[in-house]
Design a protein around this ligand. Structure first.
Ligand code: DHE
Length: 689
């Protein structure tokens, strides 16, 4: 047993210093009347005290703060400590200061020992949070350590003077903490399920930072535990605070992260084929729809934690069937006719559902990855052939490859590795994951986004056993995206690069890289006509409370094309999805990952005729998070998921149906287990968003 208290007390040694100090560091250096000080504060170098260094290291302070002269002290939960002492004078004189200190020494001491007495307003762009550093943390420091830390922070070294530079960036791997076999197996599974999506299977980093031992050993068990417990302002969930992991489990994960990542296995064709099952052969399937329902208005809804999708009748709101699929299903895409739904699980299992049978059923299944997020179909029908309902493609996170499959049976046909060289530094990357995929109408082509190397691949599938690939150079961390209204241009977020890449699918070339605010996350984006700038494509952002609209009409409005022309402010950041419909006068947006639970379940609509600010924002539920929108086929209703907790009966989740014209609630489809994405057959086939 390793009670949480122990972790906290251990953590406090460094963290207290850091987080406590974190409250004030953003204050600018004093330029007005000097505050009382018992010793001059200078920005010049002071010798690094071994004791201060030991104290910083002990608590893993660098996990939460930037501390000049301390290698790997690059944390962003708390403020940058570079100017904490210089800013203290001004802070103590300000009316916002709620502490009792009158000298810099006392101020630093107070920040360490009574961290909640004064909460700094800004922690690296986000408000600092009360209670992140427990007051008990400071009590773990000896008087000598406390004094050494205060002295250090009063006279930190300059940027170029790496006082502690003699220390290696990371301790040798054999100093990594140990785990029992049982702990290791548990941590490996949990990391894969909960962490690999953002940090990478090999922990090389992507949406989240790299977690390789050269970085994690420097943070130590305490520093890592603190981050896992509290989350960060940059989007890391507060797993501990949410009660997702116990203190003991966090400790195991923190130790696991300091060891070399275990190499996951490859998945050769032979093993894929062994997992392949056709439950209903193509010639046994109905030739015409057997259902009297309006199947083109079905919604295929991800029931994330149930490992299922629900097929819901969009006319009657009845759940027509629930189909077992892969683990934590990610998305569904329809075949070009809409008859088949292809459902991809995070475990790389692809399920194919026939929507023409009376009760939609699974007709084939295969596993082509251990970790996957995307699936698409062949849509081209033209001079180069009719590929309607012929092929499917799955993009994998691990192994890093995509797989072309027979669209009628899911038999795997061909595997293409995405390992390669990064677009900017041309470094070899062992794990470039496949993010979004879309199918072109102009050519028998898929546009496949290879995340970590920042390349957009135009994959011609006319000969699926010998696909031709044109590699466009975009920007690292390509993630999600969608078509413009004409379906000629594809726009995709390079999320951690703060850019949107634009591809011309007709001419097969890169058109632009548009700068955006922090971490664009469009889903597939929203196409609408701005009263000032003409046709635009819009995205929300995870790291910024804003919708950015990009001019998307190079012929009619060339001056605005592929420029960020409008910013619409939102009440908070953390947006995952935005949606509209050509018939609608609104744009809908969520703030699902906002750390404020009220904003996380709040949705906003923006009026297309007055897009300068939200028209209305409201809470869509009393629990959970509001996530993802989808229109019905007619474009008259909007469905929003309430993503609840599978273990809380009554609050597992539901779908709220709104009348799009009046913004009033029409219905709730209750008792669904963690609904997330919803894919209307008609809108998905025709890429309407
Ligand atoms: Fe998604 C789309 C990856 C977390 C719900 N998500 C996508 C796509 C990618 C992706 C690459 C684009 C697919 C395409 O268009 O071909 N998602 C990832 C991650 O790597 C990430 C950040 C972390 C992870 O571990 O998976 C992640 N995604 C989530 C969630 O937590 C969400 C909210 C719920 C869930 O499934 O756990 C979620 N992602 C979705 C949805 C879409 C999606 C609903 C499709 C949006 C659409 O309208 O097309």
């Amino acid at each position: 047993m390793r009670p949480w208290k122990h972790i906290v007390i251990g953590a406090m040694l460094g963290l207290a210093v850091l987080i406590g100090c974190a409250r004030q560091a953003e204050t600018p250096p004093a330029t007005t009347a000097p505050a009382p000080q018992e010793a001059p504060v200078s920005a010049t170098t002071a010798p690094a005290g071994d004791l201060a260094l030991a104290a910083f290291k002990k608590g893993g302070c660098g996990a939460c703060h930037i501390i000049p002269g301390v290698p790997n002290a690059r944390g962003t939960i708390g403020p940058d400590l570079t100017n904490i002492a210089l800013g203290a004078a001004q802070t103590m004189q300000s009316s916002a200061y709620t502490g009792k200190a009158t000298t810099v020494d006392a101020y630093l001491r107070e920040a360490i020992l009574e961290p909640d007495v004064f909460i700094a307003p800004d922690c690296n762009g986000s408000p600092c949070q009360k209670g992140v550093m427990p007051p008990s943390l400071g009590q773990g420091l000896s008087e000598e350590e406390l004094a050494a830390v205060i002295t250090y922070l009063k006279n930190p070294p300059g940027e170029t003077e790496a006082v502690i530079s003699e220390e290696p960036a990371a301790a040798p791997a054999d100093t990594a903490p140990t785990l029992s076999d049982e702990e290791f197996a548990w941590a490996k599974l949990v990391y894969f399920e909960r962490c690999a999506g953002c940090h990478g299977t090999l922990r090389k980093g992507a949406t989240g930072p790299a977690l390789t031992p050269d970085r994690t050993l420097a943070l130590g068990t305490v520093g890592l535990s603190t981050i896992i417990y509290n989350g960060t302002s940059r989007g890391m969930p507060d797993w501990g605070k949410q009660g997702f992991f116990t203190q003991e489990q966090i400790d195991v994960l923190a130790r696991f992260l300091q060891r070399e990542p275990p190499a996951p296995p490859e998945l050769p064709m032979e093993r894929m084929k062994a997992s392949w099952n056709v439950y209903v052969a193509p010639d046994q399937r109905p030739a015409t729809p057997q259902t009297k329902r309006n199947w083109q208005n079905y919604f295929v809804v991800t029931l994330r934690d149930a490992g299922q999708v629900a097929v819901i009748d969009g006319d009657t709101y009845e759940v027509v069937s629930k189909v077992d699929s892969g683990y934590a299903v990610h998305i569904t895409r329809m075949s070009a006719t809409g008859r088949y739904a292809y459902v991809i699980g995070r475990d790389g299992k692809l399920a194919m559902i026939d929507l023409w049978t009376e009760t939609p059923t699974k007709v084939a299944e295969v596993q082509v990855c251990y970790d996957a997020r995307s699936v698409e179909v062949s849509k081209y029908n033209g001079p180069e052939g009719d590929f309607t309902d012929k092929l499917a493609v799955v993009g994998c996170y691990w192994p890093p490859h995509f797989v072309i499959l027979d669209g009628q049976t899911l038999e795997p046909i061909h595997i293409v590795s995405t390992r390669g060289y990064t677009v900017d530094t041309m470094e070899y990357h062992p794990e470039p994951r496949v993010a979004s995929i879309v199918a072109s109408d102009f050519k028998p082509e898929w546009i496949i986004n290879v995340k970590e190397i920042g390349q957009i691949w135009l994959v011609n599938y006319a000969d699926p056993k010998a696909p031709q690939i044109k590699m466009l150079q975009a920007a690292r961390f390509l993630h999600d995206g969608g078509w413009d209204a004409t379906h000629r241009y594809f726009l995709v977020a390079a999320n951690q690069s703060n850019k949107v890449a634009v591809v011309d699918a007709q001419e097969g070339r890169m058109v632009a890289l548009v700068d955006t605010p922090k971490i664009p996350h469009p889903g597939r984006g929203a196409n609408w006509v701005d009263p000032e700038f003409g046709p635009v494509w819009s995205s929300g952002h995870l790291g910024d409370p804003a919708i950015v609209s990009i001019g998307a009409d190079p012929e009619g409005h060339p001056d605005y094309a592929w420029k960020a022309v409008r910013v619409t402010p939102l009440p908070g950041a953390g947006s995952l999805f935005i949606k509209t419909h050509p018939n609608s006068k609104w744009i809908w947006i969520d703030m699902t990952l906002n750390s404020d639970p009220v904003l996380a379940r709040t949705i906003c609509v923006i009026a297309k005729e007055n897009p300068t600010e939200p028209h209305k924002c409201w809470e869509a539920s009393t629990y959970g998070r509001a996530v993802h929108f989808e229109y019905n086929a007619a474009g008259t209703e909007v469905w929003v998921s309430i993503w609840g907790d599978a273990s809380k009966p009554g609050e597992t989740g539901e779908i709220v149906v709104y009348d799009d014209a009046t913004l009033t609630e029409k219905a709730r489809i209750p008792n669904l287990v963690t609904p997330t994405g919803k894919f209307n057959v008609y809108n998905t086939v025709h890429d309407i968003y």
